[in-house]
Write a protein that binds this ligand. Structure first.
Ligand code: COA
Length: 250
């Protein structure tokens, strides 16, 4: 039987969620978003879990939303799978550490804006390619990215849609640490071990207070998805997404 595309493993106070579709560069389907929501809900409701470690499989974090799923969607509502995942992520009350190896494209980069720690390998590559697909930003990244890295830098990443290195991500403040792939596990576990030495309630309360500044996130996501849905229905998006799959066939 094929392995699930989202693997969940509980090890004491840590829940590891692994995006596991390496043959498609861990591109995330609607079914996978639903499984991710399930895992985050499990972590929220289990009082023994302090932190979630979110990672990819193989040489890849995720190539973002499955483009075939996008092509089959005429519109997107806040109750659709991807928005539900992003809302669950943005309101996740426990600690979230994202571990990025290889490519983190689209939502693979924007979801990091909701994490509490991001550890990346030296070979990690980030990209916000929405503009190249005639799409617009999501995950409240149009709000959170300029707030995090400044308007001009955010505008460059979103208007040019070029990929950038882990070194640049560190410089911009999108990741906490950049390590050799061989040190990735030890580095993320080291951070988790430090966190587990703290009082859990104080950790969660500190996170809640830190996130108060993002109070407009829900509203911005709704606004973005309105625009995103309109773009998904545009001929320009369909042409560009079809060109991606065509390039894989030639
Ligand atoms: N949706 C669906 N399938 C995807 C995908 C995506 N987002 N990204 C990659 N895949 C599939 C490819 O179609 C290919 O499938 P195939 O082997 O059946 O042809 C497989 O994953 C491997 O991808 P490939 O492009 O050959 O790998 P690569 O190492 O050369 O490039 C990426 C990796 C991530 C740079 C490249 O795949 C890419 O740009 N993907 C699209 C990213 C994207 O636009 N995401 C949506 C943002 S809104």
């Amino acid at each position: 039987m094929a392995e699930p595309h989202i693997l969940v493993n509980k090890d004491g106070p840590i829940l590891t969620i692994r995006i596991n579709r390496p043959d498609k560069k861990n591109a995330i389907t609607n079914e996978m978003y639903d499984a991710l929501v399930g895992a985050l809900t499990l972590a929220t409701n289990d009082s023994h879990i302090i932190a979630v470690k979110l990672e990819g499989t193989g040489d890849c974090f995720t190539a973002g939303n499955d483009l075939a799923d996008f092509l089959s969607m005429e519109e997107i509502s806040m109750n659709a799978s991807a928005p539900r995942f992003l809302k669950a992520l943005a309101s996740f009350p426990k600690i979230l550490i994202a571990v990025v190896q290889g490519v983190a494209v689209g939502i693979g980069t924007t979801m990091l804006l909701h994490g509490d720690f991001v550890v990346a390998t030296t070979d990690a590559r980030f990209q916000l390619p929405f503009i190249n697909l005639a799409l617009v930003p999501e995950a409240a990244s149009s709000l959170l990215l300029p707030a995090r890295i400044g308007y001009l830098r955010a505008a460059e990443l979103l208007l040019l849609g070029e990929s950038f290195t882990a070194e640049t991500a560190l410089y911009l403040g999108l990741v906490n640490r950049v390590v050799d792939p061989t040190e990735l596990e030890a580095c993320s576990l080291g951070i988790l071990k430090q966190l587990l030495g703290k009082d859990p309630s104080a950790l969660f309360e500190t996170k809640r207070l830190l996130k108060l500044q993002s109070i407009e996130v829900d509203g911005r996501m709704a606004e973005e998805f309105k625009a995103f849905g309109a773009r998904l229905a545009s001929p320009a998006f369909k042409t560009m997404a079809e060109a991606f799959f065509q390039s894989k066939r030639t």
